[in-house]
Design a protein around this ligand. Sequence first.
Ligand code: PLP
Length: 384
Amino acid sequence: MKPETLAIRTQYERSQNNEHSVPLYLTSSYVFEGAEDMRSQFAEETEGHIYSRYANPNVEEFINKLALLEGAESGWATATGMAAVFSTFAGLLSQGDHVVSSRSVFGSTHKLFTEILPKWRITTTYVDYPSEFEDAILPETKIVYLETPSNPALELIDIEAVAKICKKHNVLLVIDNCFATPLIQQPLKWGADIVIHSATKYIDGQGRTLGGAILSSHQIINQIKGFARHSGPALSPFNAWVLSKSLETLDVRLERHCNNAFEIAKRLEAHPAIEFVRYPFLPSHPNYEIAKKQMSRGGGIVTFELKGGIEAGKLFLDGLEMISLTANLGDVRSIATHPASTTHSKLLPEERESVGISEGLVRLSIGLEHIDDVWNDIKKGLDF
Ligand SMILES: *Cc1c(COP(=O)(O)O)cnc(C)c1O
């Protein structure tokens, strides 16, 4: 079956009630058949649920479906995207290990690299281009990490090129695939080892729940489970149920997100108040060739810089009437943010510049509203 169909028809086995849609299993624990069943499940000799920090039918349904869409053998779902990022590092790294990362990563991931992982003497080297990854790999490097497209700069990295370097040096390649989702980009097919998602964004897509996921081989997921089962970043059954339902509509939502965003990007590029626009499928994007190679659509995020820098950026946000000023993205509602004063405000201006965030950069997450209404509101912001 095609991915669009798998996202709808992959479903947990029906219960004795023959429900059509998956029921919600709100239970913290599960009963055993007897003392021997209980012993063997705890000994991991037989499969069972035991306790919802370990496993839950709704969580399993969600993660198994996502694994299928990413082409992964296995997966582990977490309470947030950051819990997925941290569980990956905590499960796979030891004291003294080293990470090589693309420079342009999510703000909290940057905090992990610079302030939290160093507590265990795990250090990170940031690099910019595929060619630099090889030079940065040390004998103690265990993970190469990258975000493509990156948040918010929309920088793209050739996954296949970096995967070849990683294979050569026996280092795991981890990709944060949040902006693309598996219906636009499947990093494992290009040679990556692990895919991470913040399911809070496009996978929920309706701004309701937080969630995260890690997709990889059985062997790697088992190693991560060893950390996650006992440290407790488990996804709640209710959120898993919401997220699994959301996967059913991901493809149709993405179609509208991407069509709207591409059209908005083209209109912005033609507007005299704009310094530059970034959108992966615009030929003016510096990594356009990479976008065409590894992404099937351009995604729902458009960033742009106004002539007039930071002040013009703020006036733009204040001129909007419909588009929400909020921190989320990938929602049905269009959203505008100013990264330099919000998500990336803790970085120094030169650090921001090095990750492609100019002071007046505006990030638009284009929603599912009618294109005319989105554009009319953007024009209100531009006509300050
Ligand atoms: C939001 C986001 C995260 C973190 O996800 P949460 O669900 O907010 O914890 C990680 N990576 C990227 C690219 C994101 O946009």
